[in-house]
Design a protein around this ligand. Sequence first.
Ligand code: NAD
Length: 496
Amino acid sequence: MTYRPADFATPETVFKAFEGVNLIGGARRATQATLAVTNPATGAEIGRAAASDGAETAQAVATARAAQRDWAATPARARGKQVGAAARAVTAQAELIAQVLARETGKAIRTECRGEVAVAADILEFYAGLGSELKGQTIPFDPRMLTMTTREPLGVVAAILPWNVPLVLFALKVGPALVAGNSVVVKASEEAPFATFLLAELMSRHLPAGVLNVVNGTGADCGDALTRDPGVAKITFTGSEAVGETINRIGAERIIPVSLELGGKSPMIVCADADLDRAVAGAVSGMRFTRQGQSCTAASRIFVHDDLIDAFTERLGAALDALRIGDPLDEATDVGTIINARQRATIDRYVALAEATPGATVTRHGTLPDAAHLAPDLYMQPVLLRGLPDDHPCVMEEIFGPVAVLRGWSDRDEVIALANATHYGLAATVWTRSLSVALDSTSRLEAGYVQVNQNLTIQPNVSYGGFGRSGQGKEASLEAMVEHFTRSKTIVLNFD
Ligand code: NAD
């Protein structure tokens, strides 16, 4: 199918254009089956996306394989320039992409979706300039020989996405994979596939046909077929721990590299000397309350020094009360919806467990919308939990919703031990005015991304990735591209 500008006039035309199709070899290819995509804000079906079977998924891998040889032979800087042009095409349609994303994820257009598109384009631009940084080494082996390493692409990269920030995660995988000379098959999230298809099609007009392909479908059919396809040379996955474990097992059997970005239960440690206002603002942004806490890096365990915990809790509650929960498309809305009923039920189960715990305090904040056109079930007030035992499921397990646990502390060794007590290790923050406390804490916290007095999200040039069961491998940064999207070849030249 060829592109017609009218296809992309409005979000509705985008849903129609990508109805029941994959993007393979630069063209939209129909699949036999489709699945419904729902707007969580209204409960209405917005479109039907491809539900690819194994054969339809394999077609994308075969196409990507066929395109990869020429792409790998293209000079690296030239590849980067094409990715740069593709990034600018994304920026040119940023508002439309954000509108599509808001409708399929329920995330607020102003506080979440526009920023996500901008960050995705920024990440692609960042990688576009790094083609000539794919350097090897020379090795002093023997003066009569030239011994060196070169960095080669891996082949076809399978990039599997979740629904919570699909475009940023797309860019973190597709940007470095393409610039390094790989071709890519993206598996969109079946919960929120349309913004991914739109982004990819806008990009693919600036890339050789077949180097960027997108398939959609369920994890059990499309995702599983992709990970097992012998044409796939590397898997990069962001999603749940359980699926990550399965994919890692398949990668091990096939002996191919697997990068995993999985869950988190990130601690935030507020010391007695912290700037209280700054720390409270950091908790609101760090817990990603405007994304309904649906973030792997969410600062969901907040340890506040006993001297500050009452004041902190009060101010945090007041800040959350001020958030407007409502229609994601309304410019005045701060907080949209939970993604779907299954996720909502999971979150509710955790909150009910807390409510049933003796000594626990559960507070809800902000006002729920009552507009008639909105489906009520997926709007949720932020929840703060206090007084839970340290081994409570709400403390130890990822909830992936707007639920934060607060706990007081007075002994730094104890709080560091508590912070390290889950099997996750994605991110952590420390809030203090003392440099020695900051350095001591950052060195002892077991997390891949540790910040002091701030809680920023992923930055394009800052390496990001979890310890423990939060995952393996890194994303963002030059190192991530070189280490995870290329392989090293050793070459020895002897003309003696
Ligand atoms: P999920 O694991 O259910 O699904 C993620 C993707 O994997 C989807 O595209 C799905 O179709 C696919 N999939 C499912 N089963 C599969 C299988 N057997 N084989 C191959 N693919 C399969 O996760 P989700 O519910 O979409 O996202 C939420 C999860 O993602 C949370 O646990 C969250 O912590 C995690 N997450 C992690 C990060 C990070 O950077 N660490 C970022 C965002 C989200």
